[in-house]
Design a binder for this molecule. Structure first.
Ligand code: SF4
Ligand code: SF4
Length: 90
């Protein structure tokens, strides 16, 4: 019942982890590849592959898949204010 503190506490940041393709559900129809505006999806030997260098996590492929084999999960990354990426030891 304590009020949640803001500031100085760890904060959660939702980071996309990229389209995840369930190969069990995938029927290799190929619909996802042309749906991608970044040309980040291609079928390699019938299995969709995502180029995460190009992917902008727009979700178009997720919508295009007729069997719901593509998901765009997010990962909660904890960041602690004040503990940046500075490592000034030494
Ligand atoms: S989320 Fe968007 S950019 Fe990424 S692979 Fe799917 S359609 Fe392409
Ligand atoms: S649209 Fe879905 S079922 Fe079709 S190839 Fe892509 S992931 Fe597989």
């Amino acid at each position: 019942m304590l009020p949640r503190e803001h500031g100085g506490e760890e904060q959660g940041l939702a980071e996309p982890v990229g389209p995840v393709i369930d190969q069990e559900l995938c029927i290799a129809c190929g619909d996802c590849a042309p749906s991608c505006p970044q040309d980040a999806l291609s079928l390699v030997e019938g299995a969709p592959q995502v180029d995460l260098e190009r992917c902008t996590y727009c979700g178009a492929c997720e919508s295009a898949c007729p069997v719901g084999a593509i998901a765009l999960p997010f990962e909660i990354v904890l960041i602690t204010p004040g503990e940046g990426d500075e490592h000034g030891e030494g």
